[in-house]
Write a protein that binds this ligand. Structure first.
Ligand code: HAM
Length: 417
C-alpha cells in the first residue's frame, strides 16, 4: 500500500523550507518594527466561532469548512482563517479592550475545502496581523503599509493595492437594499448559487466567479454610493492618508470580500505575476466582531497573506540562490574503535556549537569523503587505526584540499569557518 499526500495539501520539502524559514524570519522583523506580538491559536475551534463571524451564507461556511464531531459529539472545525480565533483568544485572555491598542500577528496553516488549482489549496498557510482598539483611519493605512513592507522585505515588487469601503452596520442595510433592487431584475438569468445568495445574503452575489454572472455583477451599484456620513468620512481619510504616504491604490467597487465581518475599509493586494488566484493578501476593518463575540465594542483592522502564493512568485520570478547551510565538519572513520572516537568528537563539536556529522552506514573511506562533499562540509577529519594510536587524525580543509595532522585535543582550535 502506497500513500500519497491528501488532495489539496502539499509537503514542504527541505529544498523549499529554507525559503519558508527566510520569509518567516524577515516577516517577524517587520512585525516587530510595527510593534506586533505573535499569538498562536489552536488549529481547531468550535464550529460556531466561524459560522457566526464569517457568516452562514458565505462560501467558506457553506461549502468549505472541515467540520467534524469529536468523541463527545461537539462540533469542531479546522480553522479556515485566523481572525475569528485571534478575537476569541484575545477576549478570553483579556488582551483586547476598547481603551487600549493590541497588535497581534500569526503564522499557520488554514483549511478550506476548495477545488485545488494553482495558488489554491485545501491546506494553505497565512501570515496575518490584527490590531484592536481604535477606529482611527490611520490604523487602516498603517495596516496596508505594514502589509506592503512585509512584501518589500522579501523582494516582491509591482503589486497593486485595491481598496473599497463596505460601510458599517448602520449603512450596510442601505447597500443590501440597493443590491437587492438591482439584482431583482436580472437574478433569473444568473446561476443557481446566485439565486440562493439573493435569498440569503444578496451581497455575496458579488463574490460569484461564474462567467455568465459577470456582466450583471459588473453593473451592480457600488457600496461607496450608499455609505453613511461617518463611513464616507472614514473612507476619505483613508484615501487622504494613502496619498500622503505616496501609496498607489485603486478603488475597486467590487471588493466586498468573501467574509461577512467586514465594516468600512476592505483591501486586497494583487500580483500580476500570478494566474487566476492573484490576491496575495486581503483584509480590512471589522469593528463589530469583538462585540459579536461578547466583548465590549472594540474596533479592529487586519489582513492575512497567502504564503503559498508569495512563495510561488519568489520561486519563479525572484530565484534566490539557495544558500544551503552546509555542515562545517564531517568526521570520517575507519574501524569500530575509530568510529567510537569519531562519535565522541562529533558530540563535542556540537556542544561547542559546530555543526557536525559522521557516517552511520559503515561506508568505505572513499564513500565517506564523497558524502562529506555532498553535504558541503568545510572540513573532514579522518581517523583510522594509525591515527588512534597517535592520538591525532588528519584534518582536511575541503576548500583548499590541504591537509595536516591534528591532535584530537587541538582539533577545535584549528577549525576556521
Ligand atoms: P482571505 O482573503 O480569505 O482573508 O485570505 C487571505 C489570503 O489567503 C488570500 O488573499 C490568499 O492569498 C490566501 N488564501 C485564501 N484561500 C486560499 C487557498 N485556498 N489556497 C491558498 N491561499 C489562499 C482572510 O482569511 C481574513 N482572515 C483576512 C483578515 C485578517 N481580515 C482581517 N484580518
Amino acid at each position: 500500500m502506497k500513500y500519497s499526500v491528501p488532495r489539496g495539501a502539499k509537503d514542504i520539502l527541505p529544498d523549499e523550507s529554507a525559503l519558508w524559514q527566510s520569509l518567516e524570519e524577515k516577516f517577524r522583523k517587520i512585525f516587530a518594527l510595527f510593534n506586533y506580538k505573535e499569538i498562536r491559536t489552536p488549529i481547531f475551534e468550535m464550529t460556531e466561532l466561524f459560522t457566526r463571524s464569517i457568516g452562514e451564507s458565505t462560501d467558506i461556511v457553506k461549502k468549505e469548512m472541515y467540520t467534524f464531531l469529536d468523541r463527545k459529539g461537539r462540533s469542531l472545525t479546522l480553522r479556515p482563517e485566523g481572525t475569528a480565533p485571534v478575537v476569541r483568544a484575545g477576549l478570553e485572555n483579556n488582551l483586547i479592550s476598547p481603551d487600549q491598542i493590541a497588535k497581534l500577528y500569526y503564522f499557520g496553516p488554514m483549511f478550506r475545502y476548495e477545488r485545488p488549482q494553482a495558488g489554491r489549496q485545501r491546506q494553505f498557510h497565512q501570515a496575518g496581523a490584527e490590531v484592536f482598539g481604535s477606529p482611527d483611519p490611520l490604523l487602516d493605512v498603517e495596516s496596508i503599509i505594514l502589509n506592503l513592507r512585509l512584501f518589500e522585505a522579501i523582494g516582491l515588487k509591482n503589486l497593486e493595492v485595491d481598496i473599497n469601503s463596505v460601510g458599517d452596520r448602520k449603512c450596510q442595510p442601505n447597500y443590501r437594499a440597493a443590491i437587492q433592487r438591482y439584482f431583482a431584475e436580472v437574478i433569473s438569468q444568473m446561476c443557481e448559487d446566485c439565486q440562493e445568495r439573493y435569498r440569503l445574503n444578496p451581497l455575496r452575489i458579488l463574490d460569484c466567479k461564474e462567467e455568465k454572472c459577470q456582466p450583471f455583477i459588473e453593473k451592480a451599484p457600488a457600496s461607496v454610493e450608499t455609505l453613511c456620513d461617518e463611513c464616507s468620512r472614514h473612507f476619505e481619510k483613508v484615501i487622504e492618508y494613502l496619498k500622503l504616504r505616496n501609496i498607489d491604490f485603486r478603488i475597486n467597487n467590487r471588493l466586498v470580500r468573501g467574509l461577512d465581518y467586514y465594516t468600512k475599509t476592505t483591501f486586497e493586494i494583487v500580483s500580476n505575476l500570478l494566474g487566476a488566484q492573484k490576491a496575495i493578501s486581503g483584509g480590512g476593518r471589522y469593528d463589530a466582531l469583538v462585540e459579536a463575540f461578547g466583548g465590549k465594542p472594540t474596533p479592529a483592522v487586519g489582513f492575512a497573506i497567502g504564503i503559498e502564493r508569495v512563495i510561488e512568485i519568489l520561486k519563479t520570478h525572484n530565484p534566490q540562490p539557495t544558500t544551503q547551510s552546509g555542515i562545517l565538519f564531517f568526521i570520517a572513520t575507519i574501524g569500530e574503535e575509530a568510529k567510537r572516537m569519531g562519535f565522541d568528537l562529533v558530540m563535542k563539536a556540537r556542544e561547542k556549537g559546530i555543526a557536525a556529522e559522521m557516517d552511520y552506514l559503515g561506508k568505505s573511506l572513499k564513500a565517506q569523503m564523497k558524502l562529506a562533499d555532498r553535504m558541503l562540509a568545510t572540513y573532514v577529519y579522518i581517523i583510522g587505526e594509525e591515527e588512534l594510536k597517535k592520538g591525532a587524525g588528519i584534518l582536511k580543509d575541503m576548500r583548499s584540499s590541504s591537509q595536516e595532522e591534528t591532535k584530537f585535543v587541538d582539533l577545535f582550535e584549528n577549525l576556521k569557518g
